[in-house]
Design a protein around this ligand. Structure first.
Ligand SMILES: CC(C)(COP(=O)(O)OP(=O)(O)OC[C@H]1O[C@@H](n2cnc3c(N)ncnc32)[C@H](O)[C@@H]1OP(=O)(O)O)[C@@H](O)C(=O)NCCC(=O)NCCS
Length: 178
């Protein structure tokens, strides 16, 4: 039985997104510096979500939020970003609440996002960038059929302000099997 469902941005309250970010501050400090900086308190989170809703309207970003069904608690976030409609490619970023890791939720969330990217956005390629040490995120990519294309040197500034190498995983529509 499915224990979680996915909500869109219009069903997300600022207080619950702020609570999600606040209780996962350490967990996502290195990987989600922009989200952390955008959600330092309730007021900034209201603005962050309003901007997000505008992004969806403009077709520049899309967001998927897993919610635990029994508690109603918001438990994660997946963003479709860096949408390049000329080359038909986009990137996925995601995190899951620290208490809900290892349950396969992010892998399934990515699988659902791939259907959206290939069938609704008509992308030709979806990619994921992970830290070289982020085994869990690399597994999420590999389990969904992504292929490691290479390592990009000092490509990402992490939450500590350090430039990190990233592992670039790509999935082409022609290699995508539902
Ligand atoms: C990376 C992350 C999103 C994985 O989410 P998840 O919901 O736990 O992923 P899944 O349950 O789908 O598991 C994927 C695989 O990673 C493994 N895994 C989960 N947490 C792990 C951890 N802390 N260390 C090592 N492996 C882990 C799972 O066992 C599973 O492997 P398996 O299929 O061989 O059993 C989550 O750990 C997270 O939010 N991390 C912080 C933010 C982040 O790094 N985001 C990614 C940026 S690229």
């Amino acid at each position: 039985m499915k224990t979680w469902k996915t909500d869109g941005i219009t069903n997300i309250l600022p207080e619950e997104f702020y609570a999600l970010v606040a209780r996962n501050r350490e967990h996502i400090a290195k990987t989600f510096p922009v989200t952390l900086a955008g959600c330092t308190d309730f007021e900034s989170t209201v603005a962050f979500l309003l901007q997000g809703a505008e992004n969806v309207e403009n077709g520049t970003y899309y967001y998927f939020y897993p919610r635990d069904i029994s508690s109603g608690k918001l438990i994660g976030y997946l963003v479709v970003k860096n949408i390049d409609r000329h080359v038909s490619k986009c990137e996925l970023g995601y995190f899951i609440d620290k208490d809900f890791q290892g349950l396969g939720i992010t892998s399934k969330l990515v699988a659902n996002a791939l259907i959206f990217c290939f069938e609704t956005l008509l992308m030709n390629k979806v990619y994921i960038c992970t830290s070289t040490t982020n085994t869990a995120s690399q597994k999420v990519a590999l389990k969904n059929g992504f292929v490691q294309e290479g390592i990009l040197k000092e490509e990402f500034k992490n939450g500590d302000g350090l430039l990190e190498d990233i592992v670039y995983f790509g999935l082409l529509k022609s290699d995508y099997i539902i």
